[in-house]
Design a protein around this ligand. Structure first.
Ligand SMILES: CC(C)(COP(=O)(O)OP(=O)(O)OC[C@H]1O[C@@H](n2cnc3c(N)ncnc32)[C@H](O)[C@@H]1OP(=O)(O)O)[C@@H](O)C(=O)NCCC(=O)NCCS
Length: 178
């Protein structure tokens, strides 16, 4: 039988490759740039990556936002905060990312662990992460940390709105009144 996991011990032993510490305001420009390199910002949901996306979490829950550094070089980060929509005590881990050459070394696990602990100490009763169904590595990370699927949301797009041009507003009302 496999021994039970002891995350804190295992994680710190495996990740002496980088130091993890809370993000400070002076780190923001580099984190913004690092995110532009890590995420495919040409596609949704990563296209909403911005200064505002960082500020939202840093304003709300600075202690839950962490950066991973090797010397003074930033190699990854995690951004999270409460609330999650109307759930006052749900922590939301929204952004996590590492430079490619630092992946697969349990560093994301260490970042996520630091964030979850901080959210817990800030009063979180649950922690969630919204993950794109095509993001295999992110799903593997979540599952390896014990997260399970709560719900799946699919974004539907109408093919075209050109039909609106061909229907006069009076016709629309006439149809809906009938
Ligand atoms: C998602 C991401 C942060 C994961 O980082 P990571 O360094 O691979 O994570 P870890 O090394 O801590 O691995 C976590 C778990 O996922 C598994 N895993 C991660 N990537 C894997 C891969 N490519 N193949 C197989 N397993 C993988 C690990 O084996 C580990 O599981 P285990 O604990 O059972 O062994 C990283 O892939 C990344 O930066 N992706 C680009 C940014 C992104 O899409 N972020 C998420 C959306 S905000």
């Amino acid at each position: 039988m496999l021994p039970e996991k002891e995350p804190a011990v295992t994680i710190s032993a495996m990740t002496s490759i980088a130091e993890v510490r809370p993000i400070e305001n002076r780190d923001v420009p580099e984190i913004l740039e690092l995110g532009n390199e890590i995420f495919d910002v040409s596609v949704f949901p990563y296209s909403v990556w911005s200064l505002g996306a960082i500020a939202k979490h840093l304003d709300q829950q600075p202690e839950a936002c962490h950066v991973a550094e090797v010397g003074s070089r930033k190699v990854g980060f995690v951004l999270a905060s409460m609330p999650f929509f109307d759930q006052k005590y749900w922590g939301h881990v929204e952004w996590i990312g590492l430079r490619r050459d630092f992946r697969g070394k349990a560093l994301a696990t260490k970042l996520a662990d630091a964030t979850i602990r901080a959210l817990y100490h800030a009063g979180a009763t649950r922690v969630v992460g919204d993950i794109s169904t095509s993001n295999r590595e992110s799903k593997l990370l979540a599952r390896s940390m014990g997260f399970t699927e709560l719900t799946t949301m699919t974004l539907f797009a109408a093919p075209s709105l050109d039909w609106i041009k061909s229907v006069a507003p009076e016709e629309e009302f006439a149809t809906s009144d009938a």
